[in-house]
Write a protein that binds this ligand. Structure first.
Ligand code: 13P
Length: 247
């Protein structure tokens, strides 16, 4: 059975109560039961998102989570808090978290384990920088990033895993990776997942996915969906991406 393609919006640090209300209402009106869609919103808007999406066919989640279950960790958010707001998923190890907030492979692995162990779906991001790509380190970097996570998860945690290949140089640049590169990287990641007995883990692509290139990207072998940044802020464009994977 082919996996249904999974389209996840990552709003990053964008939004306001009125903007979100308009965006979520537009999505609710058009996303159907057959679609496989989630939005990952900033923490303060989880309550609003839960309220607006509760009766819809759209799931929601956060963009980060603490590796700790609770305690004196000022500014952090625990998995139990995400469950309080009905979250289904959480992005873990986004390249912006790795680069700007120093998240290490070990920390990403612990967060993934904490999230999956609590019943959340961790969407693990892996991907190389331009410098790593230009020095032929792409395969080594993504292998290292993904292996750290796979080595930390038990069988039931692995069953909840989602992986997103997001080349750092393609994020927010309007320059998506070309289909051959996406195919090559997804073959490599699929092979790593198979060896870790994660045959059914959805493998997404992220990095400048737009309405105009979604059709081409989402039909590449081993691409099970997309993690969409700026285009997910525009409901018409996000819906066009969702429609690109409808049969
Ligand atoms: P853009 O779609 O804006 O390039 O962002 C991709 C991304 O970082 C999704 O997590």
């Amino acid at each position: 059975m082919p996996r249904s393609k999974y389209i996840v919006g990552n709003w990053k640090m964008h939004g306001s109560l009125p903007d979100n209300a308009a965006r979520l209402a537009a999505l609710c009106a058009s996303v159907t039961e057959q679609d496989n869609v989630a939005v990952c919103v900033p923490f303060p808007y989880l309550a609003q998102t839960q309220h607006m999406l509760a009766q819809s066919h759209i799931r929601w989640g956060a963009q980060n989570v603490s590796e700790y279950l609770g305690g004196a960790y000022t500014g952090e958010v625990a998995v139990s808090m995400l469950h309080d707001f009905g979250c289904h998923c959480v992005i873990v190890g986004h390249s912006e978290r790795r680069a700007l907030y120093g998240e290490s492979d070990g920390q990403v692995a612990t967060k993934a384990k904490t999230a999956a162990g609590s019943g959340l779906q961790p969407i693990i991001c892996v991907g190389e920088t331009l410098e790593e790509r230009e020095s032929d380190k792409t395969a080594a970097v993504v292998t290292r990033q993904l292996s750290a996570v796979l080595d930390s998860l038990d069988k039931s945690e692995k069953a909840r895993l989602v992986v997103a290949y997001e080349p750092v140089w393609a994020i927010g640049t309007g320059r998506a990776a070309n289909p051959d590169d996406i195919r090559k990287m997804h073959v490599l990641l699929r092979d790593l997942l198979r060896r870790a007995e994660c045959d059914n883990t959805p493998l997404l692509y992220g990095g400048s996915v737009k309405a105009g290139n979604a059709q081409a990207i989402l039909h590449i072998d081993h691409v099970d969906g997309a993690l969409v940044g700026s285009a997910s802020l525009n409901p018409e464009e996000f819906l066009d991406i969702i429609k690109a994977v409808r049969p």
